[in-house]
Design a binder for this molecule. Structure first.
Ligand SMILES: [Zn+2]
Ligand SMILES: [Zn+2]
Length: 316
């Protein structure tokens, strides 16, 4: 939906340049439990490909978080396919019997579920997958309904019911808490059309906030997001639009579309006391040099900022 824009903001400078640095440096002291975060999909709305987006990557949201032997998968965008291939290969090499993983979904929009029909472990009889996600806005459509719905004719040839893996679904909602292996997880509803859940994930004294598909308020901060992001080591935040785009100075006004900006990302990172900020859910229309400029501009406001890039692994 396009809404009228009445508020102006600071425009981004238009410095040229391309590329950007890769992931952050490790902390000086070794963590009590290593937590790693790997970006398998960082793009929002729809996957894109081609040389102009090859450095940042074109797959839609999928983030792997590991601590100890436990693995969490945040969202099932198209990046999930390659993660699933890696999981099967690692599992085959390990010689273990059962392949386990837990998937947490922010919401049910296409770009966050479309990787699931191409997730190889879903087709593996020895895979045991737990899937946590919210119900849709209608209060009835569950995560299982959404995944099953996209695997029906005429859109997809393999019916959901034919998947041989063990799939255990659970509904989660605003303010729920979960413990999965070493992970303590809190969730809060974010500001997005039809809703979205943000996650705060802690393990071994390390803290991560995953807040994609959310829009910043006109003034101040979303208190739910501030709670989730308080003092985290890593904040992954929706920065789909530039401020110019968001406010309608470049194309249609994006206010009310449910996404945020790099400028808002730096403000929430600072206010919450986050140590590192990763800009996420990149617009499919932004090529590598453009995202590089967004990243450099954001660093003038919050130095420890990176644009999330597909394939990067962060040691928290
Ligand atoms: Zn999205
Ligand atoms: Zn969405």
């Amino acid at each position: 939906m396009v809404q009228p824009c009445t508020i102006s903001g600071r425009p981004f400078s238009d410095r040229s340049g391309s590329g950007a640095e890769t992931t952050g440096t490790p902390f000086a002291l070794p963590p009590p439990m290593d937590m790693t975060v790997t970006f398998w999909g960082v793009r929002g709305s729809i996957a894109c490909s081609g040389p102009s987006v090859a450095k940042v990557g074109g797959n839609t949201p999928c983030v792997e978080v590991r601590a100890g032997t436990e693995r969490l998968i945040l969202d099932a965008g198209t990046g999930l396919r390659a993660l699933g291939q890696r999981m099967l290969a690692e599992h085959a090499a390990s010689g273990r019997g059962e392949l386990r993983a837990t998937l947490l979904f922010s919401h049910l929009h296409w770009d966050h579920i479309q990787g699931f029909p191409f997730f190889p472990p879903a087709y593996a009889p020895h895979a045991d997958l737990r899937l946590f996600g919210p119900v849709a806005e209608d209060g009835l459509t569950t995560l299982k309904d959404a995944l099953r719905g996209q695997m029906t004719g005429p859109w997809f040839p393999v019916p959901f019911g034919a998947l041989p893996s063990t799939l255990r679904f659970e509904t989660v909602r605003d303010s729920d808490d979960l413990t999965i292996g070493p992970f303590d997880i809190q969730m809060r509803g974010l500001v997005h059309p039809q809703g979205s859940l943000g996650y705060r994930i802690e393990a071994g004294g390390r803290r991560l906030c995953f807040a994609t598909d959310t829009e910043h308020p006109e003034r101040g901060f979303d208190p739910a997001l501030l709670d989730l992001a308080r003092d985290v080591d890593i904040l992954i935040y929706d920065a789909q639009f530039t401020t110019d785009e968001y406010e309608g100075r470049s194309g249609p006004c994006r206010r009310g579309w449910g996404h945020s900006t790099a400028d808002a990302a730096t403000r929430i990172a600072r206010a919450a006391g986050a140590k590192k900020l990763f800009l996420f859910h990149h617009d499919p229309g932004h090529d590598d040099p453009f995202i590089g400029r967004i990243e450099r501009e954001a660093r003038t406001r919050f130095a420890a900022t990176w644009a999330a890039r597909e394939g990067d692994t962060i040691h928290v």
